[in-house]
Design a protein around this ligand. Structure first.
Ligand SMILES: NC(=O)c1ccc[n+]([C@@H]2O[C@H](COP(=O)([O-])OP(=O)(O)OC[C@H]3O[C@@H](n4cnc5c(N)ncnc54)[C@H](O)[C@@H]3O)[C@@H](O)[C@H]2O)c1
Length: 261
């Protein structure tokens, strides 16, 4: 079996969500040891324990981590090093949002926009900053930030017509910011004599019970499958976490079945 991440130590945030669940299984199957983290809620912690039971405690460290909290991130890095000796990579995959997230443009308040950008883009910044402290001490480290096609292109609002759905303005601001945060971090560590890199993945839409009329309109712009499944993003993640991408730095890989063409 091909195990391109054999022996690597990887931290994943938002590990029990739709993509996080697929990512955890994929990196473990690819041979990595995993620090699987998510919020301190009974349901998320139960899922993390199930992963721990399935793959064994020598390979999985489940932790409660809030990516908007500096102490929580620092404790995570410390616990990861205490268990595995180092961290090779951080996958910034959490999706924090407040209760008002996702309203139509006209209904988004200044306060909600600022809070959601702070929680999500701010949380990605904070996780990068805290783990880079460790990566600088180690002399190496790899970050993968989850962005989105909506951090790359403008929304096509016509696909939402007649549904309750929209593409939130907060999301556009956050995900475009995440792409550029990624480039900033890659460039900032240029010439420091360390093997530190930072890349992003921008998935297209993930199938999740959306209305058929929306799916039909969305899928018409894709080149084969249309809306993707979480596992369809695994290949890009494994590539960026593996040594096959050793000299890929500051890039954003769009995985969208050609939707943004
Ligand atoms: N699902 C999609 O269609 C899609 C498409 C493109 C990009 N993405 C991106 O992929 C990433 C994962 O998306 P998803 O669909 O799996 O989301 P999800 O909502 O299914 O899961 C997100 C996870 O993040 C956790 N989380 C929320 N706030 C947190 C915090 N403060 N600290 C730590 N964890 C926190 C949640 O508990 C949850 O388990 C996000 O960055 C999202 O923007 C998703």
């Amino acid at each position: 079996m091909n195990r391109p991440l054999e022996g690597k130590i990887i931290v994943i945030t938002g590990a029990t969500g739709r993509l996080g669940t697929a990512f955890c299984n994929a990196v473990l199957e690819a041979g990595a040891n995993l620090v699987a983290t998510d919020l301190d809620k009974p349901a998320t912690q139960q899922k993390l324990r199930a992963l721990h039971d399935a793959f064994g405690q020598d390979r999985v460290l489940p932790l409660a981590v809030d990516t908007t909290n500096k102490e929580s991130l620092d404790s995570c890095a410390e616990a990861a090093v205490a268990r595995f000796g180092r961290v090779d990579a951080l996958v910034n995959n959490a999706y924090p949002r407040n209760a008002n997230y996702g309203r139509r443009f006209e209904e988004v308040t200044y306060e909600d926009l600022v809070e959601n950008v702070g929680l999500h883009a701010g949380g990605y910044f904070l996780a990068c900053q805290r783990f880079l402290e460790l990566f600088k001490r180690q002399g190496h480290g790899n970050i993968v930030n989850m962005s989105s096609i909506y951090g790359v292109i403008a929304p096509r609002f016509g696909i939402y017509a007649g549904t309750e759905m929209t593409m939130p303005v907060e999301y556009a601001v956050i995900k475009a910011g995440v792409v550029h945060l990624t480039k900033y971090i890659a460039s900032y560590h240029r010439g420091h004599g360390m093997r530190i890199r930072c890349n992003a993945i921008s998935p297209g839409g993930i199938r999740d019970g959306q209305p058929q009329e929306f799916l039909d309109r969305y899928n018409a712009s894709a080149t084969s499958k249309g809306m993707l499944d979480p596992k369809d993003i695994n290949g890009a993640l494994i590539f960026l976490l593996s040594d096959a991408s050793e000299y890929v730095n500051g890039q954003n890989i769009v995985v969208d079945d050609g939707w943004t063409l």
